[in-house]
Design a protein around this ligand. Structure first.
Ligand code: XMP
Length: 516
């Protein structure tokens, strides 16, 4: 299988580049700028793409590559596409000066092709591009040709004379750039990469691989009902049948009716060994009086792990033969790029390994190479119903991070009701499929209201609805006012403790999607 490596210099868009390439039918993998040696010994690599990044190339500790490394890629005829920061890095490595803050540009601008090049083949000579840079390239280095400019950035695109290196100041990977996909397609054609990234074939290989590896032993998985853990469990079930055991822990922090729904979904998939643990009281007890968001998360994971350990011990005593702990970890969970991820996410993979270790098990992560949309496709190919595949993401700690401040039974009741009102209303709406998530958050402060002639003092609910490709960046959804008005009215009418509903209009970044 041919491969394109995306070399990461810390851009928030690195995953987006890798996904664009995969969408075009080519396997792509992210690699950090400081561990690129592997590329030179991998015969399946046909091209590399260098990401953007937040630094200036002439800073002493800025992430860089050796000029010699670029030359070695060239010798091996591995084509290079350098984006934004890397456009400057290439210029810098080939002895061009970098201008600081003189030609800065942020947002959409007009780009003009000034020289015929296969990179822009089949495209008009002028199109809109997305820019985000402080520095710029001063002059075209020796061995390169100037191929494009924008209003404010003279050297916005270059090509090496031998046609093996292409550099762009703008971001072809973001949706705001016109013909971005076309540019990647042209680059793949120039690189003579075969489009042989075929999920169907990979599923068969994965099932076979799991079968060989696990053999007759048993596998434990902590199921959440979410897409990732369900698809991971089902893939393993296809390989080893009823030797997979699913443990589902009811934390009391899920939405109304969710536990029954998840368990019935899992039963419909023919899993025979599903163990449901009711641990509501344990979670509530441990979280009593705790306000701090990080502490809340920490307590949650401690209680969760303890219950899982206890359940596993009992299970192992009863049936025995366990050797593996399976996880629904997906590619973005493992590979960190530019955006600061939550501490909890950063150490997720590491935690899994420790957890498996304390249970005396080895870890298997059958989805660790895939993006969310690929996981959904795999699930669909395996025959999992849309009811599960199209489920919106719901965080592991559940309502814990949607109730700000201390968790109490009253607050849980309020947020669950608000969730139900929103979900019932939104499912009827055409825009529902386009939303990444929509949910209420119960704020930790109160406000005055007036109901009838009486002044009230009640909770504030914030509604969060976002559009996103992968949860790493998101924009708030511009929902119709009449829909928002309807749910706000319903929430205040039906939940007497709530006096006010507000709509969140921040994007990510700078805000996160969840509140804690
Ligand atoms: P943030 O709030 O980081 O959320 O912008 C990005 C996506 O991740 C989900 N999320 C979590 N999922 N455990 C999870 O399993 C968590 O602790 C967690 N925190 C956030 C969030 O719902 C969104 O889709």
């Amino acid at each position: 299988m041919d491969k394109v490596f995306v070399i990461n210099f810390g851009s928030q868009y690195t995953h987006l580049i890798a996904r664009r390439i995969r969408e075009l039918g080519v396997y792509s993998e992210i690699i950090n700028y400081d561990s690129v040696e592997r590329i030179l010994t991998d015969d399946s690599v046909k091209a590399v793409i260098l990401s953007g990044g937040p630094r200036s190339v002439d800073e002493i500790d800025a992430p860089k590559l050796e000029r010699d490394f670029i030359e070695q890629l060239r010798e091996r005829n591995i084509k290079i596409l350098a984006i934004c920061y890397s456009h400057q890095l290439i210029a810098y490595l080939f002895s061009s000066e970098i201008l600081k803050g003189i030609e800065r540009e942020f947002g959409a601008t007009n780009f003009e092709v000034i020289r015929d090049t296969p990179l822009f083949s089949g495209m008009p000579s002028k199109f809109r591009v997305w820019m985000s840079h402080n520095d710029s390239v001063k002059e075209v280095p020796k061995g390169f040709i100037h191929i494009g400019r924008t209003e404010n950035c003279k050297i916005a695109a270059m090509e090496s004379i031998d046609g093996r290196i292409f550099t762009l100041q703008f971001h072809p990977e973001v949706g705001h750039t016109q013909y971005g996909t076309r540019i990647f397609e042209n680059f793949l054609r120039i690189s003579r990469v075969r489009k042989d990234w075929n999920l169907e074939k990979i599923i068969d290989e994965k099932v076979e691989e799991i079968k060989q590896k696990v053999n007759e032993s048993k596998v434990l998985i902590a199921a959440s009902g979410g897409v990732d853990s369900t698809v991971a469990a089902y893939l393993i079930w296809k390989a080893i049948g009823d030797n997979i055991y699913l443990v589902f822990i009811d934390t009391g922090l899920m939405r109304d009716g969710e536990v029954d729904e998840v368990v019935s979904n899992l039963r419909d998939l023919n899993f025979r060994n599903i163990i449901v643990i009711n641990a509501k009281d344990e979670f509530l007890r441990a979280l009593r009086g705790v306000n701090d968001p990080e502490k809340k998360r920490l307590i949650f994971s401690k209680v969760y792990v303890n219950i899982l350990k206890k359940t596993f011990k009992e299970l192992n005593k009863k049936v025995g033969g366990f050797r593996y702990l399976a996880q629904g970890t997906i590619y973005p969970d493992r590979i960190e790029t530019g955006i600061a991820q939550k501490e909890a996410d950063k150490i997720k993979s590491h935690h899994n390994v420790i957890l498996a270790h304390t249970l005396g098990l080895e870890i298997i992560e059958p989805l660790k190479l895939f993006y969310k949309d690929e996981v959904r496709k795999i699930g669909k190919m395996l025959g999992i119903s849309d009811r599960i595949i199209k489920r919106k993401p719901f965080p592991g700690p559940g309502l814990l991070i949607r109730i700000l401040g201390e968790i109490t039974e009253d607050k849980l009741r309020i947020i669950k009701k608000a969730h139900r009102i929103i979900e019932e209303a939104v499912k009827e709406e055409q825009f529902y499929d386009k939303l990444w998530q929509i949910f209420p958050v119960l704020l930790d402060s109160k406000s005055v209201g007036v109901i009838g002639d009486r002044r009230t003092y009640g909770y504030i609910i914030a509604i969060r609805a976002v559009i996103s490709d992968d949860g790493m960046t998101a924009e708030f959804a511009k929902l119709p006012w009449d829909f928002l008005e309807r749910i706000a009215t319903k929430i205040v009418n039906e939940i007497k403790e709530v006096s006010r509903v507000v709509y969140d209009i921040t994007n990510k970044p700078p805000a996160t999607i969840e509140y804690e």
